[in-house]
Design a protein around this ligand. Structure first.
Ligand code: FES
Length: 91
């Protein structure tokens, strides 16, 4: 049974307004969830998210264990139950 007292690396949920947004995929940005150029020197590039007309909520993965980076896929919920996963980043 999972210890519900342990913290989880929850996603950062932001509202994206219509337009193009450069979303960080490297996890190093200082302006999460948006790319600030910190990926420089790596092979990572931001994902451009184009929001048409209606604002949308975007759940940015903070644990870097999502299979759908930069989007949260719920993998953070299993970090504490699977010791083989790498340590999570601070919230
Ligand atoms: S800062 Fe992370 S992709 Fe640009």
């Amino acid at each position: 049974m999972a210890d519900t007292n342990k913290p989880h690396a929850k996603p950062l949920v932001v509202e994206l307004r219509p337009g193009n947004h450069a979303i960080c995929t490297c996890g190093q940005t200082g302006n999460a969830p948006f790319c600030d150029g910190s990926h420089g020197g790596s092979d990572k590039r931001p994902e451009i998210v184009d929001v048409d007309t209606m604002p949308m909520n975007f759940a940015w993965c903070t644990c870097q264990n999502s299979d759908k980076l930069p989007r949260c896929d719920g993998s953070h919920r299993q970090l504490w139950d699977d010791p083989s996963k790498p340590p999570m980043k601070p919230e």
